[in-house]
Design a binder for this molecule. Sequence first.
Ligand code: ATP
Ligand code: MG
Length: 253
Amino acid sequence: MSDEVDVPEDHPRYQSLVTRHRIEDGVEKGITSTQGLIAEGRGEAFDYLLGEETIPSADRAARAAAAHFLLAEHPVISVNGNVAALVPEEVVALAGATGADIEVNLFGRTAERVQAIADHLREHGATEVKGLTADARIPGLSHERAKVDADGIYDADVVLVPLEDGDRAEALGEMGKTEIVIDLNPLSRSARTAAVPIVDNILRALPNVTRHARDLAGSSREELEAIVAEFDRDAALEAAERRLREGALADGE
Ligand code: ATP
Ligand code: MG
């Protein structure tokens, strides 16, 4: 990411500026849509209110997500334009740590963008990228938005959908999949429909799930199941909302 050198590391908003540059780069490379710029702006506002840090409830969610991944028969990481632009290496690392598939899945699907994202992920170490065949459909969605791979998301039992729109998050939930959502907005429908909502910036959340997955790699099924059972999604959403309303000192965590 050539532009990053222009951002002084001691700038108080360093991370946010780096993020904007990556999204801009993504747009230039045909990976990210212009809609993705808007999603980024929305996310930044929430991150600012959350204090730009991983709150304790988001860390617990990341650990529960890691346990789900390790218990899954067929976990899949869904990748859209923003995810590819922001965290391509981290997607590959999480897939490696958990045996998950990587599938490109776009709201505004075009063959060119799917290909550009798949190439970008391969440049960052991915060996297999799904989402190019798109030979199955998520029921309940219009044609283009419903397309997935039959041996990918369609077949998955656990799906990580970062920065997903609410409709598709709901439709995947209705297919009986365990959905893990990364979304900075605890009020968004995507976060509210997830079995595991991780209310955190994907830049922090994805490496955090990988760290937990590595940490839990030697655990028994019983131990992993206990982590999954203990996780309280409503409490996690409430804690994030409290943080938004009251700030770091008042969230009681
Ligand atoms: P819905 O209520 O249907 O879920 P939405 O507001 O989620 O709608 P979008 O704007 O498409 O619709 O979704 C983008 C989401 O991604 C926003 O909730 C935004 O907060 C979140 N987001 C953007 N950037 C990041 C990021 N870097 N990390 C985590 N979440 C992000
Ligand atoms: Mg959403």
